[in-house]
Design a binder for this molecule. Structure first.
Ligand SMILES: Nc1nc2c(c(=O)[nH]1)N[C@H]1C(S)=C(S)[C@@H](COP(=O)(O)OP(=O)(O)OC[C@H]3O[C@@H](n4cnc5c(=O)[nH]c(N)nc54)[C@H](O)[C@@H]3O)O[C@H]1N2
Ligand SMILES: Nc1nc2c(c(=O)[nH]1)N[C@H]1C(S)=C(S)[C@@H](COP(=O)(O)OP(=O)(O)OC[C@H]3O[C@@H](n4cnc5c(=O)[nH]c(N)nc54)[C@H](O)[C@@H]3O)O[C@H]1N2
Ligand code: SF4
Ligand SMILES: [Mo]
Length: 893
């Protein structure tokens, strides 16, 4: 029996770079829910899953799927759509040259998709304008590692984070963004206690601090000063490995001299970074004392106008101590997307060639051209993401194909990106989802097969290649991305180069290229999976997770690299890179005095095209928000839960205030997730500045000067509807899918007499029962069709007087006694059912804040374990343990 015929299929999670293995039950026929569990055999997760991974099977149903190709909003055949793509591509190139076309891809494509995209553009279309959302994500790490190691190598593996005696987490909210890896570390930390020091460096107190011995609430952007200070400290206390520096590196003296300029003493570092000197010293001491030190980082480092320098400031400290690629002793970059690493292997960025070959290395361009037999091989790098959309805005790029990413939401200065795409003569979007902010401005929509429907490979943060396996046939007419691009390649006349009929054929070619002229005499390359270049279809089917390099057929992969001090530079030595201080040209001023930081929440994935389909993932944070310090709130008369306008010179959003001391005064945080599909005015990309790092060209999504002001509506509303409705065109509108219905949170600036019902054309045919409750100023409306409740609308001038949402939602759950329901609703009683559960804490078992607090009070619970025993909360994926701990503390206090 082949792997895909089995009742259970092993595959890989669609979300983060931890790359957890999943066991999925093969769905019967057209089933819209797939049962998934953690794969106990997968080395990344050993059976664990986080809240998002556990809910993956609930996001594969047909809601909002793009079933067939569309041109200008009309359904067409595949043949017509591809004819259109090819003719627009060819005529654009004929008229304006290959530089006038571009492809913008994604770290969520499979390696096989990505390989074909890169080959098509760089070898055959003849344009290096292929960049990906990894530019917004990993580019600074790629640039920093190349500067230091001569290649983009992640030297360590997950086990190193467990083995470390000193674990430094910089700009990483691992508890929410790499939750299973965080659970692994938590388990070790619990067992080892003080033997293992964990340091978290982040401007805000995140849930990751839950396992921290030391939290450094750093001033944003100043990480280089802190790590330069560490280098100085290590040298002054003789903790550096002089033999290693001498034998394996260059540039040490210059970098040290530079570090002494920015960071001469702990006192000066503390002042510049906004930290307590004692805390800085404790960090330095722990790093110095523990040979087994790992520094792991993510977007607080990469997404910065000084991102590449931050990476090198970190790498300098590891080079100085020889702590590279050794057990429990290494720098470690956490990749974000499931295949961010795979994208780097195939050369998905505009300044890379495939298989870690380089534009600026002798003969590499010619080498790739020869391997591909490419007629139009590019010779120089193309435009990077921000430059690419600028070129679209200028009209220099006139054809763009966007695949597996949603730039109208995720790019900085996103309104400009939206406008540029609206004006662009040819925009092709490949996505599984029909309505996204980017699909809305496309001319041609191509339906892509989704996670459960396609075969291929992905590579996680620790270089581990895992199979994603198809669980069922693609829905509608959707096709895998590699197949769509191969067909375009053939239609362009390159039938042999794009003759791929299955992913394994692409994988073999990719593996062969990695080994092509990759040997000692020719300056070898780190990325080598030549051992897999002749893999059979059957072996590919059964491939077990393996860490590259895989140089020989019998190889089992390598957990660690660079441990021998041999690097991939011209000289074989690693480079220290001199790092100066961030000179931002874009700092807060009187008009925009606050710093906007953006990032992620626990249960949503990026632009929410998939996570918003799972009711349980919508409960943890259900509306776009801004977190701000009580002082910043007070000085602007902003109260918790009120609506706030966050504005910058680029744009504005309206979001709900969350006043918290976890945020420092002067900084605010807004999640990146809410798009125009789920909110009228929560798309924060429109506020974010488009400044980029000079080396990596990665935008700085963590630092935009903004101002906040109150938004005081005349009227608030909640609409609950059995089926989804178009987002009402009011100033504030947010949709939330719950288990029983769709909820819309509304607010409007004008107090029209007819209220929100004017915005709801969907219910014009329904019969309406209205009740104006003058005692508390709430107007209630029930919409009935054929005696069935289809929607309820509650409106008031006072937000607080709108009643409990969870109670109301339960009115849609089962067959209702309509008379009783009408009485309950019109009299302001919540419907029967769960009652108010409060904020959802545990997404796995659906346990709300109120249930946990009342259990803590009633049963005198004192530990996370006792809450778990009673309510099951926190006992599956563990992502909510920090929040349970906070509830225990708050009840206790
Ligand atoms: N739940 C969830 N998980 C995800 C994703 C998701 O969308 N949702 N996306 C995945 C992807 S693609 C990525 S790239 C990763 C991102 O994973 P992370 O990088 O962990 O997540 P972010 O929230 O973007 O930012 C991390 C932290 O950087 C901090 N920070 C901001 N400025 C600075 C600074 O100047 N210095 C320091 N030291 N810290 C700073 C922020 O306050 C934030 O807490 O997550 C992956 N995992
Ligand atoms: N303000 C702010 N902006 C940010 C960030 C931030 O921290 N702050 N982080 C940045 C980072 S690190 C990242 S990685 C980006 C992520 O941002 P995006 O990549 O724009 O976000 P996603 O929602 O993941 O978009 C993926 C799209 O691909 C579709 N899709 C899923 N599977 C497939 C498939 O197999 N084929 C095809 N063709 N389509 C598919 C999904 O439906 C979705 O529309 O955002 C960046 N933007
Ligand atoms: S940590 Fe969660 S989101 Fe990331 S791969 Fe594992 S299950 Fe998926
Ligand atoms: Mo990312």
């Amino acid at each position: 029996m082949s792997v895909t015929e089995a009742a259970e299929i092993r595959t890989t999670c669609a979300y983060c770079g931890v790359g957890c293995g999943i066991v999925a039950e093969k769905p019967a026929g057209d089933a819209e829910v797939i049962a998934v569990s953690g794969d106990s055999l997968h080395p990344a997760n050993l059976g664990r899953l986080c809240s998002k991974g556990s809910a993956l099977g609930e996001t594969v149903h047909h809601e909002n799927r793009l079933f067939y190709p569309m041109v200008n909003g009309n359904r067409v055949t595949w043949d017509a759509a591809l004819t259109d793509v090819v003719s627009r591509l060819q005529s654009t190139i004929e008229q304006y040259g290959p530089q006038s076309v571009a492809l913008y891809g994604s770290g969520q494509l499979l390696t096989e998709d990505y390989y074909v995209a890169n080959k098509l553009m760089k070898g055959f279309v003849g344009s290096a304008n292929i960049d990906t959302n990894s530019r917004l994500c990993m580019a600074s790490t790629v640039a920093g590692q190349k500067r230091a190691f001569g290649t983009d190598t992640v030297p360590g593996c997950y086990e190193d984070l467990e083995l470390a005696d000193c674990l430094v987490l910089v700009g990483s909210n691992m508890a929410w963004c790499h939750p299973v890896l965080f659970q692994r570390i938590r388990a070790v930390k619990q067992a080892r206690g003080d033997q293992m020091k964990v340091i978290v460096i982040d401007p805000r107190r995140t849930d990751t601090c839950d396992i921290a011995d030391l939290f450094l609430p750093i001033q944003p952007g100043t990480d280089s000063v802190l790590f330069n200070g560490l280098l100085v400290w290590l040298v002054d206390r003789n903790v550096v490995d002089e033999a290693y520096i001498k034998r394996h590196t260059t540039g040490f003296d210059r970098s040290l001299a530079q570090a002494r300029m920015t960071s001469p003493s702990v006192a000066i570092v503390a002042t510049k970074c906004g930290l307590e000197p004692d805390a800085v010293e404790a960090f330095y001491r722990w790093f110095a004392e523990n040979g087994r030190s790992v520094t792991a980082w993510s977007q607080g480092v990469n997404q910065s106008s000084a991102g590449t320098d931050k990476v090198n400031a970190i790498l300098n400290c590891h080079l100085a101590t020889g702590r590279i690629g050794k057990p429990g002793s290494t720098p470690f970059s956490l990749t974000g997307q499931p295949n961010a690493m795979g994208g780097r292997e195939v050369g998905g960025l505009a300044n890379q060639l495939a298989a870690h070959l380089e534009f600026n290395r002798t003969d590499d361009v010619e080498r790739v051209a020869r391997f591909w037999q490419a007629p139009n091989m590019v010779a120089a790098p193309g435009l990077t993401a921000v430059e690419m959309f600028d070129a679209v805005a200028r009209g220099d790029i006139r054809f763009i194909w966007i695949m597996g990413t949603n730039p109208v939401v995720s790019m900085p200065d996103a309104d400009r990106v939206k406008q540029a795409l609206s004006d662009c003569p040819a925009v092709v979007v490949s996505d599984c989802i029909k309505n996204t902010d980017t699909a809305d401005v496309a001319d041609i929509l191509l339906p892509a097969a989704g996670w459960s429907e396609k075969d291929g490979t992905v590579t996680n943060s620790e270089r581990r290649i895992s199979r994603q396996r198809r669980l069922r046939t693609p829905v509608g007419e959707s096709r895998p991305d590699w197949a769509i691009m191969s067909e375009v390649g053939r239609r362009l006349g390159y039938s042999e180069a794009f003759s791929f009929q299955s992913p394994v054929e692409i994988f073999r070619e990719h593996a062969a290229l990695s080994a092509f002229e990759n040997c000692a005499g020719l300056r070898p390359r780190d990325f080598h999976i030549g051992g897999l270049k002749d893999i059979s279809g059957d072996a590919y089917d059964r491939l077990v997770p393996i860490q590259w390099p895989v140089r020989a057929t019998e190889s089992v992969g390598e957990a660690r690299l660079l441990g021998d001090g041999q690097f991939y530079t011209e000289t074989g030595r690693a480079n220290f890179v001199s790092v100066s201080e961030l000179k931002a040209d874009n700092v807060p001023d009187q008009r925009y005095p606050l710093v906007l930081n953006t990032g992620r929440v626990r249960d949503h994935w990026h632009t929410m095209t998939r996570t918003a389909l799972a009711p349980r993932l919508n409960q943890h944070r259900d509306e776009p928000f801004v977190e701000l310090h009580p002082d910043d709130a007070a000085s602007r008369e902003i109260i918790d839960q009120s609506l706030v306008v966050v504005s910058s010179q680029w744009g504005q959003v309206i979001v709900r205030a969350k006043v918290t001391t976890h945020q420092q005064s002067g900084h605010v945080f807004v999640p990146m997730h809410w798009s125009g599909q789920f909110s009228r005015s929560g798309r924060v990309g429109s506020v974010v500045n488009p400044v980029v790092d000079p080396f990596s060209r990665q935008p700085d999504s963590k630092y935009t000067p903004v101002e906040l002001r109150r938004f005081v509506p005349e009227r608030y509303g909640i609409l609950l509807s059995r089926s989804p409705v178009a987002l009402p065109e009011t100033e504030y509108a947010v949709s939330v899918k719950s288990a029983a219905c769709y909820r819309y949170e509304l607010a409007a600036a004008d107090d029209r007499k007819d209220g929100f019902s004017a915005f709801l054309p969907e219910f014009s045919a329904a019969s309406v029962i209205e009740y104006d409750d003058v005692t508390n100023g709430v107007k209630r409306c029930l919409y009935l069709q054929d005696g069935d409740l289809v929607a309820m609308l509650f409106e008031s001038q006072n937000y607080e007087s709108l009643i409990d949402r969870a109670g109301l939602e339960s009115a849609f759950i089962d067959d209702q006694d309509m008379a009783l329901l009408q009485w309950q609703l019109l009299s302001g009683q919540p419907g029967k059912g769960a009652g108010c559960q409060g904020r959802q804490i545990c997404a796995c078992f659906g346990v709300g804040e109120n249930a946990i607090v009342s259990a803590i009070l009633k049963e005198n619970l004192e530990s996370v374990e006792s809450v778990g025993k009673l309510l099951k909360a926190g006992t599956n994926c563990g992502s909510c343990i920090p929040e349970i701990r906070q509830l225990l503390a708050s009840v206790d206090g």
